[in-house]
Design a protein around this ligand. Sequence first.
Ligand code: ACO
Length: 323
Amino acid sequence: MIRSVVRGVGASLPQRVMKNAEFESLVDTSDEWIVQRTGITQRYIVSEDETTASLGEAAARAALASANLTPDDIDLIVLATSTPNNTFPATAVEIQNRLGITHGFAFDMQAVCSGFVYAMATVDAHLRSGLARRALVIGSETFSRILDWSDRTTCVLFGDGAGAVVLEAAEGAGAMADRGILASSLRSDGSHRDKLFVDGGPSTTGTVGHLRMEGKEVFKHAVGMITDVVEDVMARGNITAQDIDWFVPHQANKRIIDASARKLGIAPEKVVMTVHLHGNTSAASVPLALETAVSDGRIKAGDLVLLEAMGGGFTWGAVLLRW
Ligand code: ACO
């Protein structure tokens, strides 16, 4: 049986760190409010010369280095993003060009904060079908470019960054038999559109637009949707919450993460939390958190890892894998 196995992971953050206190001169807010309501203490913000493509390329190169591979070894690139460099061509194709390769294929995936989880499940299907052999799955975002910096209810929540993994099709045999992606579960429901959207686009206003969110409404749905999809993926993978070694959730809000883990019966020490350092980086948040827990030695070969995310659309999903 072919399984999609993680060979490497990498990350890239903009140079500039923006602490909560800096917002106090922009909008009516405080470090205390932001920390209490979200857990966020700082986020990274791109400068003029940094883009979704440049961050994505850097994360991809770091993932390739950790896998001891070169761009030539890759035949598929999927970039999860809602903040592409341009409407087209796909920023994934731009990253392919930046990596100096012309073989294989590349495309963008748009599922807002669930983008990386959607991309992992999609690439897994491509690898198992034989359409590709070795893929870069990237989440890269520059949400600072679509924020309304005068809206205190949204501008304090988001940050920029990128994370990537290399996924490889492996014949599961011997020690490799139970490694790789074991199960995925994806959902969407467009009736929630108006709770979280961007008020511009090429086919409507002809502008890029700004992010708009009814935070309380999103919060109300988040925990239920996350736990539903996690329970589904655990059933598909035939495991229980006690079997999970590491829970790597989308990093939108510490309160949502804590409540989801509690409801699922996952111990707090198994939860990877990076929202305090990165803010909500949308499709980049899960691979950034993954990279953090791999590079600090928490996630090790053989560990059972559960990824989940929920975001605009609404979209939500989970991926279960053995590292
Ligand atoms: N500073 C100070 N006060 C603020 C701020 C701020 N930055 N923002 C809002 N407030 C005020 C509000 O105006 C409100 O004041 P009022 O009571 O006088 O009206 C008060 O604080 C409480 O606001 P709420 O919105 O009720 O606060 P809540 O506890 O719900 O926290 C938050 C808001 C952090 C946005 C929360 O609702 C949340 O995390 N929502 C989910 C976000 C999320 O998960 N998004 C999904 C992924 S994102 C994606 O897909 C792109």
